[in-house]
Design a protein around this ligand. Structure first.
Ligand code: ATP
Ligand code: MG
Ligand code: MG
Ligand code: MG
Length: 439
């Protein structure tokens, strides 16, 4: 992309309404624009990152054997009356009437809708196990929408639902989700720690939240510092291997790590004192096993091998896709701007032309641009007439991992400058060598 033809409305001033760094940088970098409280338009740069995150989520869900679907955002109230949640859900649910006076709602989550799909099409245990998921917009009329995309009213969420014959099978699905989430967050350059949590209005017995440690997090968390040493890495997982998935689940959930809702001082006291930590965290996902709560209420049954009709065991599993942008920025920035992890960066490399209009500089920029593109990378070329200082400030703000600076003076010596956004280190290299370093 050439900046002269792009739409990147960078702000020089710090917007006064933004209280936390991720919100400030997302506004300043022209990623989002507030439409009304907790509701945002996604501008090109923001949309690019949102799509990268969504893609990683899809890839890891499909790797785990889960199947994508897409359900509507607007749901009928009748389904929610069947489960009993229409009245229970309260003011967070945006209730709508259509022209015929029928009660509709903008879905805050989709347990009822997916259970309805399931019961309409599946009646035999032979069709199990089944996990369906979607990445779709949700609406919750939050009391206090704030911190930009972190607590929006409209937000993008991955929600997955497993259907299993037995509790044992459903717990395997739970573990599969836990493993796939660990991989998902690590690919985004994030450490998200599974912590024992409370099930809230979804209901159920087993649940973990995934938390990114950050001072601006809204949850209070308590943990054994040894959990922060665990990394998933590039281990090979066979998602059908029950023992392997359970092993990973135990490895990542046995050490003390809980949100304030389930925190237990007596158990925490057993952690060696020098490893006890209290901190703030951002909830970027949650997994639940809730058994037959919805299947019984809504008649989602299958015939088992003896011909008996039994309600299926279910769970639901969410990732806060749009919230993740905020969480990633909270975890990865400096006083100049965002520092995107490679896995989610909107462009791989910025190219700064110090003298647009100079034949040699323009030609060298084009060559580098084409070479990077041919390698399957996406460069952002600043070919505008702005002064160098402004160009550098914008590149630092939008946080691309690499910057190649091209100017007539360097080109006379056959070099360009390669700068790492994370370390700030610069090096003069021949253009080919700079390209090779990025690839
Ligand atoms: P919170 O405790 O932050 O209100 P939640 O527990 O109500 O979140 P879940 O029902 O578990 O949310 O939804 C799954 C994921 O969706 C959450 O882990 C979170 O990452 C994301 N999420 C929930 N509410 C919002 C919101 N208002 N804005 C952005 N993301 C959200
Ligand atoms: Mg909530
Ligand atoms: Mg929560
Ligand atoms: Mg939650």
């Amino acid at each position: 992309m050439r900046l002269s033809r792009y739409f990147l409305p960078v702000l020089k001033e710090t917007p006064s309404e933004a209280q936390i760094v991720s919100h400030r940088y997302m506004l300043r970098a022209g990623m989002i624009k507030q439409a009304s409280a907790g509701i945002y338009s996604w501008l090109p740069l923001g949309l690019k990152v949102l799509k990268k995150i969504e893609n990683i989520v899809h890839e890891e869900q499909e790797r785990a054997g889960h199947i994508p679907v897409l359900m509507p955002t607007i749901q009928s109230a009748d389904l929610w009356r069947e489960s009993g949640r229409y009245d229970d859900y309260g003011d967070e649910m945006l209730r709508i009437k259509d022209r015929h006076g029928r009660d509709m709602l903008y879905g805050p989550t989709n347990e009822e809708q997916i259970t309805d799909i399931f019961r309409s099409h599946i009646s035999s245990y032979k069709d199990l196990p089944l996990t369906l998921y979607q990445v779709q917009w949700k609406f919750r009329d939050e009391v206090r929408p704030r911190f930009g995309v972190m607590r929006g009213r409209e937000f993008f969420m991955k929600d997955g639902y497993n259907f299993d014959l037995t509790k044992e099978d459903a717990l395997h699905a739970y573990n599969r989700h836990l493993v796939s989430y660990l991989r998902t967050y690590e690919r985004m350059g994030l450490q998200a720690i599974p912590m024992r949590a409370d099930s809230g209005p979804i209901g159920g017995e087993d649940t973990h939240e995934f938390l990114v440690l950050a001072d601006t997090g809204e949850s209070e968390v308590f943990y054994d510092s040894a959990v922060t040493d665990l990394t998933f890495g590039d281990r090979e997982i066979d998602y059908d291997d029950v023992a392997q998935c359970q092993g990973v689940m135990e490895e990542f959930t046995t050490k003390y790590a809980r949100t304030d809702e389930t925190h237990d001082e007596a158990v925490f006291a057993e952690v060696p004192e020098e490893r006890r930590r209290t901190a703030r965290g951002i909830e970027v996902g949650q997994i639940f096993y809730f058994g037959t709560k919805y299947s019984e209420a809504m008649g989602a049954t299958v015939q088992d091998s003896d011909g008996n009709k039994v309600p299926v065991h279910m769970g639901s599993h969410g990732i806060g896709v749009s919230r993740l942008l905020g969480a990633i920025i909270e975890a990865s920035h400096d006083d100049k701007g965002i520092i995107w992890p490679e896995g989610v960066t909107p462009f791989h490399c910025g190219i700064v032309n110090l003298k647009s209009g100079d034949d040699a500089a323009d030609a060298a920029c084009d060559e580098i641009y084409n070479a990077l593109t041919a390698l399957g990378l996406e460069p952002l070329l600043d070919d505008t007439k702005e002064r160098a200082g402004g160009k550098f400030a914008s590149m630092d703000l939008i946080g691309l991992p690499w910057r190649i600076t091209v100017g007539p003076r360097g080109l006379k010596n056959g070099v360009v400058e390669l700068t790492s956004r994370r370390t700030g280190e610069s090096e003069e290299l021949a253009p080919d060598a700079a390209i090779a370093r990025i690839a």
